[in-house]
Structures are given as structure tokens and as C-alpha cells.
Ligand binder design. Structure first.
Ligand SMILES: [Zn+2]
Ligand SMILES: [Zn+2]
Length: 383
């Protein structure tokens, strides 16, 4: 398969956002607004006047551009070698953020500006006490937002309705839902069902009895981000899925337990791989933990797999996430044509848990830790 891309975007080596269309018709219809993407690239070659001339290299597929226009994803299901039984459903209109909420620099036009060119993509920032206090506040809000989402998980609810809970709870707390419009992501959280590894887009699909669903929440508040996720059971889930989810939870716990000053970042992957492979499960390699703070994603990069090449050692004052994605089958991932939804290559299930962590002088503080009020949804935590 090939995602249908705007050939001009390919030529200009522009990122995937805005470069994918669900069909030639979609491309033609979208051309009037799409061509500004090329102009924005500040390159001298003029945008063609007629989209028709550009269509010769295009095949069937979608759809990121359709998502940006808020169109249904099901009106034209793309030709794609779906790896499992899950399919995309329509996506609702972009949710509004009231004017009094402080917005990150991608909120309006979809493009982060400070983040990609920051020194903290290479250097791991040591947070000041003031930054750390803000991270504590933001991460606590993130936890309460995820807990609110967890309470509504049940068969029959759509992931779009879960997204509304996340969006409203974030705004009620005075925060901005960081995923919203980040590189044009269309929703306020990620919801990853069954074979979806991560970055699933909340849509009109109703959760079914026996599903598993990961909800990944990031809140921006007082200028800093807090990022966490958990995988929940929908109704009655089979034993293999229960083992997968519990093992993934344990992988994160075991990784957190080694965090302290002086430990190499690459050790995290060794711990996670050891525990996952003991249960016959595999570790996703394409998506990693990350530094976090005033930037949503920055150094360090934290692979979750064994024999990784992550450089550096942990130091007090660093904040980063650990977020292992563990698969029931093969580790390999595939991307849906929407440019976001990462699925297992064999269609078997995947689970994930994530915390935002602070390295302290003596060990680690889990900034997104569960609260006494957090819903009791994990059987292995019940006393
Ligand atoms: Zn996350
Ligand atoms: Zn993250």
C-alpha cells in the first residue's frame, strides 16, 4: 500500500501532516487550502495552480487531510492491509478551548515552534525547584483527568465521548489538553483500542465488551506538561488480555524502581524487556519515553527495549516519562493511513502504561502517581 501524498509535499520534503489525502477527489477539493502548506515552507518553487496536473502519481488512500477538515473517516475507507479487526470511525469536530486557557504554540496552527529547535532536544534539562513545583501541580491535574476518563470506560461508550470527558476535565482544571492540534492531532487525548499500540484517535466507535483501551492524557498547565496513560478493561476481558495488561503495568513499575541518579537511561529497556519476554510478550521499538517539562517532548529519549543505544545517566532534577508498549505477539508496528494510529503488525493486542517521573537525590518521585481517590480498576491493586 501507499499513503496518498501530495507530490509537491514529497518534493519539498515536508512532514506528513497535510501531505496525505483519502482520494484524488479529496486532493482536488483540498487543493485551495492545502497549497498554502507549500508556501509556508518558504521555498521558492511556486505552487501549481491546477491540482489536476499533480494527480498522476496518486493512488487510493487517505486521509490526514480529511481529518484536518473534520470529515468522516468512513465515507471512503482506504485500501489498506488492516492488521486486525479494528477499523477507523468518524471523528467529531475539533473541540473548543475557551480564551482564558493559556495555549501552547501549536494550538492555533498545528505546528510547535519552540520545541523542535530547543537546546533541550539534545541536552537533558535540570529543572529548577520552581519548575518542579509546577510539574507536580500539572501532573496531579493530569492524574485527575485520566481518573475521570477511567470512570466512564464501559461497553457502549465511544472513544469520542471519552475524549470529551478528558477535554472538559482538563479545561475545568484550567489546563490545555496538549495533544490537541499538536502536529495537527485532531483530538484532546489518544485512545488506543486492542491492536492499537499508541496514538489512536478518539472516534465514533463504541467500546465493546472484551476490548482493552489505553487512554493517554497530557495536560499543559502553568506552562509545563504532565503526561500519563493507563490501559483499561472494557467489561469482561479474556485471560490473555488480563495477563498482557498486568504484565505491562509491572514492566513500568519495575522500570521506575531502578530510577535514581547515576543509572544509565539504557538500563530501563533491559528491565522492561526482561519482564515482558519472561511472559512471552514483546516490546515495541518505534515509540519511546521522553523528557518533558516546558516542552511536551524533549531529551532524553527513553527506549523500552533491550540493547538500546540511549546515552547518558540520570541526574537529580530531570523529568521524563517511561511508557512501555507491550505486545501479545510480534513487536513490529504498522501505521494506519491516518498517519497517527500505530497498530501491531500481526493484529494481536498491545497494552501500555505511562508515568511522568522526577529524578530526586535519592531515587524517584512519580509525579503522575495514583491518588487515594483514583478508581479501583486494576484487580492486582485491590487489597
Ligand atoms: Zn502520554
Ligand atoms: Zn509520553
Amino acid at each position: 500500500f501507499a499513503v496518498c501524498r501530495c507530490p509537491k509535499c514529497v518534493e519539498l520534503k515536508l512532514p506528513r501532516e497535510g501531505a496525505a489525502f483519502c482520494s484524488q477527489d479529496c486532493f482536488k477539493e483540498s487543493w485551495g487550502s492545502h497549497k498554502s502548506v507549500h508556501l509556508k515552507a518558504k521555498l521558492s518553487s511556486p505552487a501549481p495552480e491546477n491540482a489536476g496536473e499533480q494527480n498522476s502519481g496518486l493512488s487510493n488512500d487517505p486521509w490526514l487531510y480529511c481529518l484536518r477538515k473534520g470529515q468522516s473517516r468512513t465515507s471512503k475507507l482506504p485500501n489498506f492491509d488492516w492488521t486486525g479487526s479494528l477499523r477507523p470511525y468518524p471523528i467529531s469536530k475539533k473541540r473548543l478551548v475557551p480564551a482564558h486557557i493559556e495555549q501552547p504554540d501549536w494550538a492555533i496552527d498545528g505546528t510547535p515552534k519552540i520545541e523542535p529547535s530547543s537546546d533541550f532536544q539534545h541536552v537533558v534539562e535540570i529543572k529548577t525547584p520552581d519548575q518542579i513545583e509546577k510539574m507536580r501541580e500539572t501532573c496531579r491535574i493530569g492524574r485527575e483527568v485520566l481518573d475521570a476518563a477511567a470512570r466512564v470506560v464501559r461497553p457502549g461508550i465511544t472513544t469520542d465521548e471519552i475524549d470529551a470527558v478528558v477535554h472538559d476535565a482538563t479545561i475545568a482544571a484550567g489546563g490545555y489538553p496538549s495533544p490537541l492540534n499538536y502536529h495537527f492531532f485532531p483530538k484532546s487525548c489518544c485512545t488506543s483500542v486492542n491492536e492499537v499500540i499508541c496514538h489512536g484517535i478518539p472516534d465514533a466507535r463504541k467500546l465493546e465488551d472484551g476490548d482493552i483501551v489505553n487512554i493517554d492524557v497530557t495536560v499543559c498547565y502553568k506552562g509545563v506538561h504532565g503526561d500519563l496513560n493507563e490501559t483499561f478493561f472494557v467489561g469482561n476481558v479474556d485471560e490473555a488480555s488480563k495477563r498482557l495488561v498486568q504484565c505491562t503495568y509491572e514492566c513500568l513499575e519495575k522500570a521506575i524502581a531502578i530510577v535514581k541518579p547515576g543509572v544509565r537511561f539504557r538500563e530501563i529497556g533491559e528491565i522492561i524487556n526482561r519482564h515482558a519476554s519472561m511472559s512471552g510478550l514483546s516490546v515495541v521499538r518505534s515509540y519511546c519515553g521522553h523528557g518533558i517539562g516546558e516542552l511536551f517532548h524533549c531529551a532524553p529519549n527513553i527506549p523500552h527495549y533491550a540493547r538500546n543505544k540511549a546515552v547518558g545517566v540520570m541526574k537529580a532534577g530531570q523529568t521524563f516519562t517511561i511508557e512501555p508498549m507491550i505486545n501479545a505477539g510480534v513487536w513490529r508496528d504498522r501505521m494506519w493511513p491516518d498517519g497517527w494510529t500505530a497498530v501491531t503488525a500481526d493484529g494481536k493486542r498491545s497494552a501500555q502504561f505511562e508515568h511522568t517521573l522526577l529524578v530526586t537525590d535519592t531515587g524517584v518521585e512519580v509525579l503522575t502517581a495514583r491518588l487515594p481517590s483514583s478508581p479501583n480498576v486494576f484487580p492486582w491493586l485491590k487489597s
